[in-house]
Design a protein around this ligand. Structure first.
Ligand code: FDA
Length: 370
């Protein structure tokens, strides 16, 4: 019998949920993470009593009552509703595209008028079969919405001209003919009261965690002390980049503490023009309705990913998807290694999805070990 049932590589949401559920059935887990903190990308750093979302704005939303009840069993969530604004050349527009946006764009006041305007705009710019992202967006919402609210933002996000981006990136562009600025359609949303660290602390309560420990520095050691390894790091690194390096898009964050009480009046403001280099400014205190005397803002700059910097968004194009499939085939053959989470599965996961995926994996493993 080895010292641990599971060594879990990664103290992010996947690793934390897995450890928590295994502890419930009496399994002994050790969680390691190469970072200085727990939580993975949902980690919050406290600055001036404000929870700063260190790796980008995180808003919890789900339609699944079980997942909502699950997270609320560790920490209570507030009633934060994501209603971002877009700033284009100094003018503000509500998002997602709704009757407020259409009024700001065209002065239209009724859904009928807005629908007519969009129909006219789409007809004026319609191409037969959209061949790229620009044509796709124009065929869905027409020129004004595309030029003011989509083009610059998307080009900054991907670092490429919209004409050079594939059409499939935008499958649909939801337009809403009500005066409703709630970004998500999900039944439940909010932010943990006191920040995401409370959720992670709740999940990892009573579980041994070692920080600043990189799994790759001593793989044989971890294998020698655990019956099974749960791996939530990069799958290509796990297999020593045998089939090549999986590509990502990255982000660079610039955080400033300001001696003003309220900088922009909203947690999220997107900058949709190409000339402003960042895509959005986050004012963290508004996620928790903060009343602190100062504020903290973060400017988010999309950037190229190179090995060594933080990988954020997988580039799920054909080349990378095929490469991932090869890695996945190797992963399937590893009897005592469980792969999970955004880096091991090379996919973008929202928080509720990664929690759902970890809970599902727990059930599969329980069926094997119990
Ligand atoms: P995560 O990356 O969090 O954890 C993996 C951990 O493994 C890391 O802590 C890492 O250090 C560790 N690790 C990796 N390799 C290791 C090694 N060799 N040795 C030791 N440790 C190692 N979702 C949502 O629902 N609402 C939102 O608003 C947002 N917002 C958002 C913004 C941005 C910019 C991004 C990129 C993502 C979001 N998300 C989101 C998604 C959310 O961040 C995501 O679902 C979870 O963080 C995924 O958790 P994981 O555990 O899979 O990975």
């Amino acid at each position: 019998m080895k010292q641990y049932d599971f060594v879990i590589v990664g103290a992010g949401l996947f690793g934390a949920v897995f450890a928590c559920e295994m502890k419930k059935i009496g399994k002994k887990c050790l969680v390691i993470d190469k970072r200085k903190h727990k939580g993975g990308n949902v980690y919050c750093e406290e600055i001036d009593d404000i929870n700063v979302h260190k790796y980008g704005a995180h808003i919890f939303h789900t339609n699944d009552k079980k997942i909502w009840d699950y997270v609320n069993s560790f920490v209570q969530f507030n009633r934060y509703t994501n209603s971002p604004l877009a700033n284009y050349k100094g003018k503000l527009y509500n998002l997602p595209f709704n009757m407020n946006t259409f009024y700001q764009l065209w002065g239209v006041k009724t859904p009928e008028e807005a629908k007519r305007k969009i129909r006219e705009q789409v007809a004026a710019s319609f191409e037969n079969e959209p061949k790229n992202l620009e044509q796709q967006a124009l065929s869905l919402v027409g020129e004004d919405i595309y030029n003011i609210l989509i083009k610059g933002y998307t080009e900054k996000q991907w670092g490429r001209k919209a004409e050079d981006l594939p059409a499939f990136i935008i499958k649909r562009l939801p337009v809403r003919f009500t005066f409703d600025n709630n970004y998500f359609d999900d039944k439940y949303q909010g932010i943990p009261i006191g920040g995401y660290n409370k959720l992670i602390d709740g999940l990892l309560q009573g579980i041994e965690v070692r920080l600043e420990v990189d799994y790759f520095e001593d793989r044989p050691h971890w294998a020698s002390i655990a019956e099974r390894i749960v791996f939530t790091g990069k799958i290509d690194q796990f297999f020593e980049y045998k089939f090549g390096i999986l590509e990502y898009r990255s982000l660079h964050f610039e955080t400033e503490r300001l001696e003003v009480e309220n900088y922009q009046g909203n947690a999220v403001v997107n900058y949709t023009e190409a000339e402003v280099p960042y895509t959005r400014i986050i004012e963290h205190k508004h996620f928790e309705f903060g009343r602190q005397p100062n504020t903290v803002i973060t400017k988010e700059y999309p950037c190229e990913w190179t090995p060594g910097i933080e990988p954020y968004y997988p580039i799920n194009d054909e080349k990378n998807s095929n490469m991932f499939k090869q890695y996945q085939q190797l992963a399937d053959k590893e009897a005592n290694i469980i792969f999970g989470g955004r880096l091991a599965e090379y996919r973008y996961y929202d928080m509720h999805q990664v929690i759902g995926s970890a809970l599902k994996k727990v059930e599969t493993i329980k069926a094997i070990i119990l």
